[in-house]
Unconditional design. Structure first.
Length: 475
């Protein structure tokens, strides 16, 4: 524990929703919900206006629509959010060499390592300047917590929301934590919280008074001992500049349960390709391929296969995931599929296995081409594509029927540009039409127009910067 509040925790305010409001003047001050819009979609972020109706992150989208039927519901634009995050992380990097990102919108900073703060007054000054710099650079607000430990700094930033700064002086931790719910402590989720409640412990002071031995008996040696220390306000975890990734994975939840075995296999192969793309982007390879299957009854199965050496070969990962799928019973339907790679390394071992798989894939493609030419083998692919379009799941546009592909192209909230009307964003689409609101981050709320989905003058566009000065600088 530190004697000065030199650990800073930054948490951007309702990040995804706030970014959408900043980009779309007509949505400012109105409820906005960002997330998956299908029947099984969940809320990623809700604006503070939407939270007043009870909408919150991780809530099923259907429930959110019932609570706030007049809110704007938008599909996430992760590339856009990532670009803003990079700007914020660059500002944090100017404060200290020790910056620990937790997500796109959240990070710890060790101000002491940066030599910018050694007491409460200097730490507060740095925090206020950071908030002003973030607003000037991105047009968004962030909340800052300052304390002598990571745990307390994160609690402080939560209390600072929205758009505030809270500093908690070292030495006051136990007084602060005592009356709070046990759920405020890291590592206490719903299951652990309920386990502690049944044991008569609902507040942090209850944990501190119970003693380490009792918590170890209830939760095990590692978790119990760690929780007892945190209940007393003690947290000596350092800010770590680089956190090594342990795995890379992708998964999709489908609007309608998948029953067709061919369709399921197609989805697994598609996920494997996406997983390898992410693996290569991170500069890693991996030895263990993992398949995740959540069935119709919410039971979740994972299967894994460890290779002789690390690989980033898409054929190897795809074939391994396919073999794992063969061992899973999908009778009754599948609602979620995922493919991951763990046992990461920063090199790839060239081995005969990968080479053999590549040659086998080439042979399969040649056989498939011959079958297609002779009129065979086309039914399964066509059936899978039709099933994908009807299910509304995550399918490449080229895999769906022509009509479905056109409709998917215009996702609510995504950027477009019209040859005559300029920049805008999609409000909605259907029955062959797409509605667009034409406005820019620095303009007044714009007008709405409707076009045919195949209007040649309308096309997808890159997001505009939120701060106009950036646009001039990049022009």
């Amino acid at each position: 524990m530190r004697a000065a509040p030199t650990i800073l925790h930054l948490d951007m305010d309702a990040f995804f929703a706030a970014a959408e409001q900043a980009a779309k003047p007509s949505l400012r001050g109105k409820p906005v919900v960002v997330g998956g819009l299908g029947p099984r979609g969940v809320v990623a972020t809700a604006s503070y206006e939407a939270r007043r109706f009870g909408v919150h992150s991780a809530m099923p989208m259907g429930q959110a629509r019932r609570l706030a039927p007049n809110a704007a519901y938008l599909v996430p634009r992760f590339a856009f959010y990532r670009s803003i995050s990079e700007q914020v992380m660059e500002l944090l990097g100017r404060l200290s060499p020790l910056v620990e990102p937790l997500s796109l919108d959240e990070a710890f900073v060790d101000l002491e390592a940066g030599g910018l703060a050694d007491d409460g007054a200097s730490a507060r000054a740095v925090g206020e300047l950071l908030r002003a710099d973030i607003l000037a650079t991105t047009g968004l607000t962030g909340s800052v917590g300052l304390a002598g430990s990571k745990m307390i700094a994160k609690i402080a930033s939560e209390e600072a929301k929205p758009d505030g700064l809270v500093l908690i002086e070292p030495g006051t931790e136990r007084e602060l934590l005592g009356p709070r719910s046990v759920r405020i402590l890291p590592g206490v989720g719903p299951a652990t919280g309920e386990h502690l409640r049944r044991a008569g412990m609902t507040t942090v002071s209850d944990l501190a008074e119970a003693g380490e031995d009792e918590l170890v008996r209830l939760l095990g040696r590692a978790h119990g001992a760690s929780l007892h220390r945190m209940a007393q306000g003690y947290d000596d975890r350092p800010v770590v500049a680089e956190r090594d990734a342990k795995s890379v994975s992708v998964e999709d939840t489908f609007d309608v349960d998948l029953h067709d075995r061919v369709r399921i296999r197609t989805e697994v192969e598609r996920l494997a390709e996406r997983c390898v793309a992410r693996l290569r982007a991170s500069g890693h390879s991996g030895r263990t391929i993992v398949l995740k299957v959540r069935r119709y009854d919410f039971s979740t199965l994972t299967r894994s296969e460890t290779l002789r050496g690390p690989t980033d070969d898409p054929v190897v990962v795809r074939e391994a995931a396919g073999r794992l799928l063969e061992a899973v019973d999908t009778t009754g339907g599948v609602r979620l599929l995922g493919v991951g790679v763990s046992g990461l390394a920063d090199y790839t071992q060239e081995d005969l296995f990968a080479q053999a798989e590549t040659e086998a894939e080439g042979e399969r493609e040649r056989v498939g081409a011959s079958a297609a030419a002779s009129g065979g083998g086309g039914g399964a692919v066509g059936s899978a594509s039709a099933s994908a379009a009807s299910a509304g799941g995550a399918v490449p546009e080229e895999s769906a029927s022509g009509g479905a592909a056109v409709e998917r192209r215009w996702a609510p909230g995504h950027d477009v540009r019209h040859a005559v009307h300029g920049a805008g964003w999609v409000q909605g689409s259907g029955v062959g039409r797409v509605t667009v609101r034409f406005e820019e981050p620095w303009s007044a709320p714009g007008r709405v127009r409707t076009f045919s989905v195949d209007d040649p003058e309308l096309e997808p566009s890159e997001p505009l910067p939120l701060v106009r000065g950036e646009c001039r600088a990049g022009a």
